[in-house]
Design a protein around this ligand. Sequence first.
Ligand code: FAD
Length: 320
Amino acid sequence: MRYDALIVGGGLAGLSAAVQLGRYNHHVLVIDSEDGRSSFCLRYHNLIGWPDGVSGPELRKAGRAQAEKAGVRFVKDKATQASVLDDEGFSVHTESGETYEGRRLLLATGVMDRLPPLEGLRPCLGISIYVCPDCDGYELTGRRALIMGAGDPGAHMADILSYWTDDLVYINHEKAAVKPELLSKLREKGIRVIEEQVERLETEGDQLRGVMLASRERIEGGRAFVAFGGNEVRSQLGAQLGVKLHRNRHIEADPRTKMTNVRHVWAAGDVLAHSEQASIAMGDGSQAAIWMHKSLIEKPGSLALRPLEDAEKHMERADS
Ligand SMILES: Cc1cc2nc3c(=O)[nH]c(=O)nc-3n(C[C@H](O)[C@H](O)[C@H](O)COP(=O)(O)OP(=O)(O)OC[C@H]3O[C@@H](n4cnc5c(N)ncnc54)[C@H](O)[C@@H]3O)c2cc1C
């Protein structure tokens, strides 16, 4: 069977696209390995309608249920190879040995953060330990905060965060080189820079209390950012298809339609070259889906809508 659309990645971008495409009654399959940023960010604070925050897993569960209600199918698997079959088709091969075909392809595979393997980190992500200053810098307002990082990326993060608080400690966990001018800037701002490994985090559930350094010095702090650089941009499938990548390996796409330079291949969310935020990923997904739909119906006779009975069956099931 050839789906109208294959979506690789069932995070916030992929799910928004799935809901939109499902509601056009297209045949849609989402292939998702369920290990992206929205699976482990435990609180989004900047989404309207959620003044106390909402967790990624909660949003994903709701998004998937909404897409399934609109008839979208999901498989848990990792796509390993994408190929062009013909003018109207792609195949996606997966780790479990399956091959799926689709007339349109959306890459919504995101980015994977490079996080230190410190016990207690995961339950705090998005709640008391953060990665994105535009999302969570506000949470530091007027408070002591630690930056755990490596070299320049960590130092840059400390510099950015000084907008919200002047009580910052930068722990250069990997002791990587920091540009002298950047180091001077941090010192001028009164930011303490420690060249030492964090031995362990001191946490209570999802709350950070401080860190213990290798030297046994304890640094107190209820908020922290991690900034190690070297995040993995998951654009490998795009590269296989000849999709144009930015020098930082993010995918480039038309800003209006989200289509890449390869005809009928779209991209949405963090894998694209732009700000990495939840609402932007969702917006990208919807926008890509609208243009995928336009392209699916552009040729007279090319309609591949789900039969009406099929859509009605889904609606009945959802209503019961
Ligand atoms: C700790 C943390 C805190 C954050 N806090 C905020 C915040 O407060 N506010 C905010 O706006 N943003 C925040 N973000 C950023 C936000 O989570 C991302 O912008 C958002 O998740 C991007 O959505 P996405 O769909 O592009 O990617 P993801 O949510 O990462 O989803 C990508 C999906 O693709 C799947 N995938 C990848 N490769 C493959 C493959 N080959 N085959 C099959 N599936 C694949 C993954 O398993 C994943 O499910 C935070 C991120 C982190 C890590």
